[in-house]
Design a protein. Structure first.
Length: 234
């Protein structure tokens, strides 16, 4: 599982992706992302056909190939069956799939940071790195990594209010997101020993000042900037 997380985090970094959605399990990683600004200079609307492919998707193909060269090409599927275009890029060697969408196709419950604001994406990558390292450490102690899966959501930040924003210089207030990028870890397939060993490994992976909050008998909540790792537990 740690290798899947590393691969997803690497794809995010290489392509400057803010994941709108992210799911990782033993079979690989699946994420969705907004198309790059440069791919959205020419806009279109379906229906499309093989002789009339969306320019946004074609531009994203060129951008992905440019940044991924000289590694093996991903497999591309242009999604033009609806009103708005999409592009599925499958990096088979890394077992990562990225679905690129246009702004109109982003569900309203997902959070899209302002253009150029990378704080939230960076915090997500840091949390993923911590989780991957903790799984490797636990795997060395147990003989195999604990079986976990991961999904991303964006619940409202209960600590976000005007007082918090006002405590920052004005030029940085827009960088305070109203949500917490929450990486939910499902450890329901773990034994009691696997959970205990993983808890210890994750505590060791934390940075100075990070707070481990125990929830229930088996859950936890760890904040990394504007992202967090969470196991709802029991």
């Amino acid at each position: 599982m740690s290798s899947r997380i590393d691969a997803a985090q690497g794809i995010m970094l290489t392509f400057g992706i803010h994941p709108l959605a992210l799911d990782i399990d033993a079979g690989g990683a699946r994420m969705s992302a907004m198309m790059n600004d440069s791919a959205l200079l020419t806009r279109s609307r379906g229906p499309y056909s093989p002789d009339n492919l969306p320019p946004e998707a074609l531009e994203m193909v060129d951008l992905v190939l440019l940044r991924w060269s000289p590694r093996p090409q991903p497999e591309f599927t242009v999604e033009g069956g609806g009103r708005w275009p999409g592009l599925l890029a499958q990096f088979h060697a890394e077992q990562v799939a990225v679905r690129y969408v246009v702004p109109e196709a982003v569900p309203p419950d997902l959070f899209v940071p302002p253009r150029g604001q990378v704080t939230l994406s960076s915090d997500i990558r840091l949390a993923l790195q911590q989780l991957a390292e903790s799984l490797r450490t636990a795997g060395r102690r147990l003989g195999a990594e604990p079986p976990v899966t991961l999904s991303l959501s964006y619940p409202d930040d209960p600590d976000y209010d005007e007082a918090r924003a006002d405590s920052l210089p004005e030029e940085f207030r827009a960088a305070v997101p109203p949500v917490v990028a929450t990486l939910d870890i499902d450890r329901s397939g773990c034994t009691r020993k696997q959970r205990a060993v993983h808890d210890e490994a994750l505590r060791q992976a934390l940075y100075g000042g990070q707070h481990w909050e125990q929830t229930g008998r088996t859950g936890f909540h760890v904040r990394t900037g504007y992202a967090c790792l969470r196991d709802g537990g029991t």
